[in-house]
Design a protein around this ligand. Structure first.
Ligand SMILES: [Zn+2]
Length: 176
């Protein structure tokens, strides 16, 4: 089976990167991460040739979002964008996931690999795992949610209960 392999990145490294990004954006202590203003107003300040595009459903098809790190472009399907604007947790996370690809996955950092039957990519080498971990951490940062319940994280951070649970469960472990 062919697959994409990314330069290894642990949850700990991802956390460190996100804290740095949030600090740069002046959002270090915000429990509710403003993902839409971030992709529309902050990223253009950080990257000169950055482009954010909202794409009609007819054009984008089944994809919810797509990121081209080498041309600094993030594309989000229109319906996903509109629900994220309204604060829908699942759609906010879709955009945060694409922001993860944007920061982590330049062409040179991804390689095509071939897995033997039954062999699995290690999670921290899987670009999708990395983008998910990045998205979860961006919207519900472990250093901010240490004393919160899953429901509080869901409501205060604007994520689904599922995403809140993952963040709370991983909050204390520093290894992975
Ligand atoms: Zn992805």
């Amino acid at each position: 089976m062919n697959c994409n392999k990314a330069a290894p990145m642990s949850r700990k490294q991802i956390r460190r990167l996100i804290r740095y990004i949030k600090k740069q954006a002046g959002l270090e202590n915000e429990l509710y991460f403003p993902i839409i203003p971030f992709v529309e107003n902050v990223l253009p300040l950080m990257f000169e040739d950055y482009q954010f595009e909202v794409v009609p459903i007819e054009e984008m098809g089944k994809k919810h979002g797509e990121t081209f790190p080498n041309s600094n472009t993030i594309k989000i399907r229109e319906d996903i964008y509109l629900r994220a604007v309204k604060g829908e947790g699942r759609d906010r996370m879709t955009i945060a996931h694409e922001v993860g690809h944007f920061f982590l996955h330049e062409k040179d950092s991804i390689s095509l690999c071939r897995l033997a039957p039954g062999e699995k990519l290690k999670p921290f080498e899987d670009p999708e795992w990395q983008a998910n971990a990045f998205g979860g951490e961006l919207l519900a940062s472990s250093y901010l949610i240490r004393n919160l319940s899953k429901n509080e994280v869901m409501n205060k951070c604007g994520v689904t209960f599922e995403a809140a649970s993952i963040q709370v469960d991983h909050c204390m472990d520093e290894i992975f």
